[in-house]
Design a protein around this ligand. Structure first.
Ligand code: PEP
Ligand code: MN
Length: 352
């Protein structure tokens, strides 16, 4: 941190700033120029805030020199992190597809969805058992029963599961049900108590971007998880709110480029919640892959028109298969691979 003094700041004001820095356990370096004095704090300045100094006599302003996040910053960790989810690498040369319905509805729906996403080449399956709905009267998710249905359907095809945790009180239930990836949704990106708790467990986390969060706020949220000891974090851009009303959210593709520079964590794009319409999903997926996303999170439903949640944006099984073929060509063009269908036990596949 650098504290810039006012031109007429006297020795007493300078000593006051020095004392405040030392009180936080940091060292001080004073640089007296011809017009003003600059006071530098030496040590980990992340515990200092500009407001600690800007109210002191003689201070013009105070500025941070280093980024407020450290564990998630590429500055401190040059190599890209690859998060291993039960043997599936996210963040490496292969781009991964995570697909499935918005919400877990019934066992037959989940079996059909699991068969379809596995056949298309998805290596992980998504499905919400606890749904954050705008209306309290809308379907809120199947709860624990939904977790079981998701796990049962996905395990037939060897697909690890991704599902949203909304309430810290459900964390133990998620662990007991062997949830492979905990998703923190856009509405909870700054639920700091929830972030602290998922920071204490050894389960990969997908941290979605808050719909109105800056990249810096998002990385600070990731820092909360990492600070607890859990470094298996993936960031997911899912569209941000702007003045535009022609689509649900604006997919911030620029964020992929910025994140790749700022952080070593894998970047996932969710084109479904960005566009909000199934017909937009292929174009947004292509853009995401070309921009450097490490994985895509896409909503797929065996019968989109009957989906209990987010029906407009779900791809049909056929649309998903067509998209996967198109994405393989884009992956190859940018030097990545998009895995083909996993080899599954035929007996299990037949059972579906
Ligand atoms: C979801 O993925 O099901 C979801 C609710 O997403 P978001 O938190 O991005 O709205
Ligand atoms: Mn959804």
């Amino acid at each position: 941190m650098i504290v810039v003094m006012q031109p007429d700041a006297g020795d007493a004001a300078i000593a006051g700033v020095e004392a405040r820095i030392r009180a936080e356990g940091l060292g001080v370096h004073v640089s007296r120029g011809t017009e003003r004095t600059l006071i530098g704090a030496i040590g980990d300045e992340r515990k200092l805030a500009p407001s600690m100094f800007e109210t002191l006599p003689g201070v013009e302003r105070a500025l941070h020199i280093v980024k407020p996040y450290k564990l998630v910053a590429r500055e401190w960790h040059k190599a890209s992190t690859v998060v291993d989810v039960r043997g599936i690498p996210i963040g490496g040369a292969a781009v991964q597809m995570i697909a499935g319905p918005c919400s877990v509805e019934t066992a037959p729906q989940m079996r059909a969805a699991a068969a379809a996403v596995a056949a298309g080449g998805a290596r992980l399956m998504r499905g919400g058992a606890f749904k954050p709905r705008t209306s309290p009267y809308a379907f809120q998710g199947k709860g624990i029963e939904g977790l079981t249905m998701l796990k049962d359907a996905a395990s037939r095809f060897g697909l690890p599961i991704v599902t949203e945790l909304m309430d810290v009180r459900m964390l133990d239930t998620f662990l007991e049900n062997d949830v492979d990836v905990i998703q923190i949704g856009t509405r909870n990106m700054q639920n700091f108590d929830l972030l602290k708790e998922v920071g204490k467990v050894d389960v990969p986390v997908i941290l979605k971007r808050g719909m109105s969060a800056t990249i810096s706020e998002w990385l600070m949220a990731a820092e909360y998880v990492a600070a607890g000891g859990n470094h298996r974090i993936m960031l997911c851009e899912r569209g941000i709110r702007t003045f535009e009303t022609a689509y649900r959210n604006v997919l911030d593709v620029t964020a992929v480029a910025v994140l790749k520079k700022e952080t070593h964590l894998p970047v996932i794009i969710d084109p479904s919640h960005a566009g909000g319409k199934a017909w937009m999903v292929p174009a947004l997926s292509c853009a995401a892959l070309a921009a450097g996303a490490d994985a895509l999170l896409i909503e797929v439903h065996p019968c989109p028109s009957e989906a209990w949640c987010d029906a407009d944006q779900a791809l049909s099984i056929e649309e998903f298969g067509t998209l996967m073929t198109k994405l393989r060509a884009i992956a190859a063009a940018v030097g990545r691979t998009l895995p083909g269908p996993a080899v599954v036990n035929e007996d299990l596949a037949v059972a579906v």
